[in-house]
Design a protein around this ligand. Structure first.
Ligand SMILES: NC(=O)c1ccc[n+]([C@@H]2O[C@H](COP(=O)([O-])OP(=O)(O)OC[C@H]3O[C@@H](n4cnc5c(N)ncnc54)[C@H](O)[C@@H]3O)[C@@H](O)[C@H]2O)c1
Length: 351
């Protein structure tokens, strides 16, 4: 089995490298550390790249920009056909996209197009997985009736209890510039499945998280929150009284979901992928959990204005994925996730 992973030094990409290194004959990673360009030193992913090189057996890293379609085509041609291609490289932040719209679109939309077309030309039978996002729904999920609880917002109607399904509309909503570039990539990925018959899949992630995130204020909610707490800094909450809800899924459970897709691929498919209700928390609830686990008080300040296009309550409804892949279920709980992130930050901060 031969696997190509873009964004291989990032949170999800690096988890996938480790995961498939144990299962594949060859794992090829592409990452140009653009996260450092996007977010500065804190976003630098080279530590993770080095860690992978030291801990894997079948991994080869290429410092390559997915915007460079000639280089991408050359790499795939020279490496030969792949069985599985997982596309994780991205500009992942709402706020940064508004400041750097061309970079955002070039990486997210055009970069995905480059990878799809390279796959079609040189590795058309590969199972292709694109890491999409729940931001493709824009702020449409905010139209669901909500009720305010003590520490969180929640859905008011019983039929929304399990969260947002793929039936949610993707247009006529405010996505942020980031959400719109990702939706362009998501649609193109679907189209390469429907039109060309390729084995393409979009995974619309909730909050993907885990120990190897270079979390920053603009991206990587739990990782940034834990780091802020452990370093005694102040976390900034943007709007919704801190009661906004996210569902969190460990990068290992993401990798297991992709393995299931690889074993039984489909074409032009779209799935929500998140921790669901069982792994959901509001920011205030996350503070409570982290305080319990570390014994330290969380310092935070509150800004009334919410981020543009931000979700008030988002829980991924996983019914569709689970019905196609019944063997998969979440194995890492929210506590497991936080313990893992805390442990990883303690090691990194001590280094
Ligand atoms: N983390 C989340 O909460 C979340 C939620 C939903 C969707 N997603 C999606 O999942 C994917 C992976 O997210 P992540 O959290 O691992 O992000 P990440 O920022 O940790 O990793 C992305 C990696 O891509 C690399 N990269 C960026 N531009 C590149 C380019 N032009 N060429 C080559 N490499 C480039 C970065 O250096 C980084 O290492 C992204 O597509 C993201 O939009 C993430």
């Amino acid at each position: 089995m031969k696997v190509l992973i873009t964004g291989s030094s990032g949170l999800i990409g690096s988890e996938l490298v480790t995961f498939f290194d144990a299962r594949a004959e060859r794992v090829v990673g592409i990452d140009n550390n653009m996260r450092a360009d996007f977010f500065g030193e804190e976003g630098d992913t080279q530590w993770n790249q080095q860690r992978l090189i030291q801990t894997t057996r079948h991994f080869r890293h290429y410092h390559l920009d997915i915007r460079d379609r000639a280089a991408l085509a050359f790499l795939v041609q020279s490496e030969g056909t792949f069985d599985l291609i997982i596309h994780c490289a991205a500009q992942p932040s709402h706020d940064l996209a508004a400041r750097r719209p061309f970079d955002d679109f070039d990486v997210n939309a055009v970069g995905t197009m480059n990878l799809l077309e390279t796959t079609r030309q040189y590795s058309p039978d590969a199972v292709f997985v694109f890491m999409s996002t729940n931001k493709v729904y824009g702020d449409a999920p905010n139209d669901l009736p909500l009720e305010e609880r003590d520490r969180r917002w929640d859905y008011a109607r019983p039929q929304d209890y399990d969260g947002v399904s793929e039936e949610m509309r993707i247009d006529r909503s405010k996505h942020s510039i980031f959400g719109a570039s990702k939706i362009a990539a998501d649609l193109m990925t679907q189209e390469y499945g429907r039109y060309f018959g390729m084995k393409t899949h979009c995974l619309r992630g909730g909050c993907l998280t885990g120990p190897n995130h270079s979390g920053v204020e603009l991206h990587g909610f739990l990782s940034h929150l834990v780091k802020t707490q452990l370093t005694g800094c102040t976390y900034r909450v943007f709007g919704y009284k801190g009661k906004q809800v996210r569902d969190n899924i460990h990068s290992y459970d993401v990798a297991r979901a992709i393995e299931e897709i690889y074993r039984n691929p489909r074409s032009g498919e779209v799935y929500n992928l998140g921790g669901g209700r069982q792994n959901s928390c509001s920011i205030l609830e996350a503070f409570d959990l982290i305080e319990q686990l570390t014994g330290r008080k969380m310092n935070y300040e509150y800004t009334e204005k919410a981020r543009d296009g931000d979700h008030i309550c988002y829980i991924s409804n996983m019914t569709r994925f689970k019905s196609h892949y019944p063997k998969w279920q979440l194995i890492r709980s929210l506590d497991d996730i936080l313990i893992d992130i805390i442990r990883a930050w303690k090691v990194r901060l001590a280094a």
